[in-house]
Design a protein around this ligand. Structure first.
Ligand code: KET
Length: 426
């Protein structure tokens, strides 16, 4: 029986109330997620040497997940607060969190904030912010404009699905140059310049995932001009503020550059990495408009996106983040811990590089030192990555991305040995 005939029989049986098979009998097994699936495979791996270098999550020198001291302290304060309750948050989330989050990204002196031109809603971390932002744009860009988004090639895998779900046609702009392991800036400018007016231009604010390659300040200025003259809608994904340089303000420079040039823009923020709030799903979506009046209407429409999706956001993570950002003592402690995390990752770059050079692994590995943020994009082939997993129990995404934040001085030599083997023998 053809699948179509089978469906018809099933439908008829169902209507007659006599189906013996599951209504979901035809459902196909979906593949595991290319990033989250790596953690599942690592969990299931019984080998004691196993390493999880897949998902971008910070680990200590001992390989353990890290809850920041500032976060623990904020949580204790929340628990001890007699005014704490579990009522629903507003549809747009915790107002104090929203205010502090946008100020963290856009800067306290930003004219957009001072002129109340920013509509912010709390979101289910960075992913949720992207999804709500994409949905809002899909609904409210002028009707005459086709829904097209330009993503860097490569980009975080979920970007494509998020924008496609919101009805966008997904296109790519050139970004990574495999030969130099740097930025293909000429290709990027050419592709972005050719985008039809009104297209959404997705930009990683800093610490590009997966490549670890960011534009220079001069290149950002040029991109700003291209976006402005092309009438594009910049959508910044800022999942790693503080993880590129260790400094929250320095890492927000690209967003602030576009903002101060007077462009309208969309911004997705995540506190997963920089505050270690991964599972708390603390994030924010901000839409910057030309006037306060437009921003007010935009906020009302953002609420209409949120309400039928999940009604209102969860409170605990946002309450923690608001305390950490808002309390001067906790804020200082957080910044110190953030700098510490960024520095530990950086030091892992040097350790891995030294280990690879000491083993005379063929190739120029200096990119390990140059790349920025949580990841190293190694250029290893899919086959080499598969060998790392099956033979060495080093779990990573099959595009050759390594989470440097999951590495320690104790495990770097083992990784270098494994890489040396698969590069020479796979
Ligand atoms: N943007 C980028 C660029 C990104 O790398 C991630 C997460 C997110 C947004 C969303 O993070 P959230 O937890 O929703 O705030 N990236 C890591 C985890 C994942 O894939 O979900 C990763 O690439 O490993």
């Amino acid at each position: 029986m053809s699948p179509e005939d089978r469906m018809e029989v099933l439908t008829r049986q169902l209507c007659a109330g006599q189906s013996t098979e599951s209504n979901w009998e035809h459902v196909q097994q979906a593949p595991p997620d290319p990033i989250i699936g790596v953690t599942d495979a690592w969990r299931a791996d019984p080998d004691p040497r196993k390493l999880n270098l897949g998902v971008g999550a910070y680990r200590t020198e001992e390989g353990k997940p890290y809850v920041l001291k500032a976060v623990r302290e904020a949580e204790q304060q929340i628990l001890a607060d007699p005014a704490m309750n579990k009522e629903y948050l507003p549809i747009s989330g915790n107002p104090e969190f929203n205010r502090l989050a946008r100020t963290l990204a856009l800067g306290p002196g930003s004219s957009a904030i001072q002129q109340n031109r920013v509509a912010t809603v709390q979101a289910l971390s960075g992913t949720g912010a992207l999804r709500v932002g994409a949905e809002f744009l899909s609904m409210h860009l002028p009707a005459s404009i086709p829904r097209i988004v330009y993503l860097p090639n490569p980009t975080w895998g979920n970007h494509k699905s998020i924008f496609a779900k919101a009805g966008f046609q997904v296109r790519e702009y050139r970004y990574f140059d495999a030969a130099t392991r740097g930025l293909n800036f000429a290709g990027m400018v050419a592709d972005v310049s050719a985008a039809p007016p009104g297209s959404v231009l997705l930009l990683h604010a800093c610490a590009h995932n997966p490549t670890g390659v960011d534009p220079s300040p001069e290149q950002w200025s040029r991109l700003l001009e291209v976006a402005r003259s092309g009438g594009l809608v910049p959508f910044f994904d800022m999942a790693y503020q503080g993880f590129a340089s260790g400094d929250l303000d320095a890492d927000a420079a690209s967003v602030r550059l576009f903002l101060e040039a007077g462009l309208e823009l969309v911004l997705a923020q995540s506190f997963a990495k920089n505050m270690g709030l991964y599972g708390e799903r603390a994030g924010a979506l901000s839409v910057v408009s030309k006037t306060k009046e437009v921003a007010t209407r935009v906020e009302s429409q953002l609420k209409l996106v949120v309400r039928p999706m999940y009604s209102n956001p969860p409170m605990h993570g946002a309450a923690i983040a608001a305390r950490v950002m808002g309390d001067p003592k906790l804020n200082a402690l957080w910044k110190e811990e953030l700098r510490g995390m960024a520095e530990r990752i950086k030091s892992m770059r040097q350790v891995l590089y030294d280990q690879l050079v000491a083993r005379n692994v063929p190739g120029d590995w200096s990119f390990v030192l140059k790349q920025i943020g949580m990841f190293s994009f190694t250029g290893m082939t899919r086959h080499q990555c598969e060998q790392l997993v099956s033979k060495w129990h080093v779990h990573l995404t099959l595009d050759g991305r390594i989470s440097m934040a999951g590495l320690s001085a104790a495990t770097a030599p083992y990784l270098a040995e494994a890489i040396a083997d698969v590069i020479q023998n796979a």
